[in-house]
Design a binder for this molecule. Structure first.
Ligand code: COI
Length: 387
């Protein structure tokens, strides 16, 4: 209600559009530019199987542009309406768009898997992403789509791009919902118009190591989040600030950076792209989410699965000392799934961890992915089937 009033009070002008490449890769340059909103008819001649150009055995996390994206707008009244599928392509934004000038934006990430047997696709807990986007929207002063609108948009995006869903066991279709302040605004205030957009791309493993364990570097000087900030929501503004530390670590051969809390510089928060878990004497611990850590959906699912499998799981402060003594460390996230960590380097010391077949992380990885891929019965009701 308050937000709707705010939107109504914003006096702004829509400027002539500036064509921008969103998610631009050189591949995109050869594609047409589509303005929003432009609905298109689906190509009926595109069968699910027609995808000869894809090398399904070597999928990483590079962007492969797909066929369609879902777009839905919301203006001053605060309601999203008229969602539709557009051809995947560039979007048109005013140079004064709230997202470009003031970072008013959120994103989500979720995956669709192709069924191993029979037709159809499996989505993992899309309503959790929808709810997280609503919480983030509140923090970023944006209206958000309803859970039903969000889930419907995701389903439509998967079905329209079904030829891009990798064969079972080869990867998944990564779905990226965006919520952005697309309206023009000059003074610092919420944008007068919002766009919800869902695109998708086929992916395999996130880290270049593939399924191999990763090596992390603890960062002391750069912090991902601060108390009272936005670390606990999935705003786009949380990601560019970690690029410098991430690039530094990658240039030294590390896979990713682990961030410490900004107050004590002693407690572990998360990596640039995933949450963190440690295992000591069979007990699993993970930093509790207090506003500076992203409440990951994979994190939440792993906690539940681990408890169901008889493990004690503690959400608590996890210090550097805990890390020194841990038997096992692993990361979780939609993109990374469950990634075992073979070493963590802190102030020149490299701490090494157990990896391989008999580890807790391997068991939890199997338990999670067999639900996600439909290989076992979904007793927890986490899967949404789409056909
Ligand atoms: C995801 O895991 O879906 C994320 O959003 C992390 C991103 C940095 C790839």
């Amino acid at each position: 209600m308050m937000l709707r009033k705010l939107l109504n009070s914003v006096d702004s002008q829509f400027l002539n559009g500036l064509k921008l490449q969103i998610g631009g890769s050189s591949y995109l340059a050869s594609r047409s530019v589509f303005s929003l909103p432009e609905a298109v008819g689906l190509d009926s001649d595109r069968s699910d199987e027609e995808n000869g150009e894809m090398d399904w055995d070597n999928l990483g996390f590079a962007l492969t542009p797909t066929d369609y994206m879902y777009v839905m707008k919301c203006s001053r009244d605060g309601y999203f309406t008229h969602g539709k599928l557009n051809r995947y392509g560039n979007i048109e934004l005013s140079p004064s768009a709230g997202v470009l000038n003031y970072g008013q934006g959120l994103f989500e990430g979720l995956k669709a898997y192709r069924r191993a047997k029979g037709a159809g696709f499996l989505l993992f807990r899309p309503e959790e992403n929808a709810k997280r986007m609503q919480v983030g929207a509140e923090r970023m002063c944006m209206p958000a789509p309803s859970v039903d609108q969000f889930t419907h948009a995701v389903e439509q995006t998967v079905l329209a791009n079904k030829r891009w869903v990798p064969p079972s066991g080869k990867g998944s279709l990564y779905i990226r919902p965006l919520l952005i302040g697309s309206g023009a605004i000059l003074g610092l205030a919420p944008a007068p118009e919002y766009t919800f957009l869902v695109y998708a791309a086929p992916v395999g493993t996130y880290f270049k190591e593939g399924m191999a364990p990763i090596n992390l570097l603890i960062e002391r000087e750069t912090h991902r989040a601060t108390p009272g900030g936005t670390g606990g929501v999935k705003t786009i503004a949380n990601y560019a600030p970690v690029l410098q530390a991430q690039m530094r670590a990658k240039s030294k051969g590390f896979s990713d950076v682990l961030y410490l809390d900004s107050v004590n510089k002693r407690y572990l928060e998360e990596a640039s792209s995933c949450n963190l878990f440690i295992v000591k004497g069979g007990v699993i611990s993970t930093p509790y989410t207090n506003g500076t850590i992203l409440p990951g959906i994979t994190r939440k699912s792993i906690i539940e699965l681990a408890r169901n499998n008889g493990y004690q799981v503690s959400e608590r402060l996890v210090s550097i000392d805990d890390l020194r003594e841990a038997d096992e460390v692993f990361c979780t996230g939609t993109a990374v799934v469950v990634s075992p960590v073979s070493s963590i380097t802190y102030q020149g010391h490299r701490y090494r961890y157990r990896t391989g077949e008999e580890t807790v992380s391997k068991k939890l990885y199997e338990a999670l992915t067999s639900i996600q891929m439909g290989l076992v019965e979904d007793k927890l009701g986490w899967i949404v089937n789409i056909n």
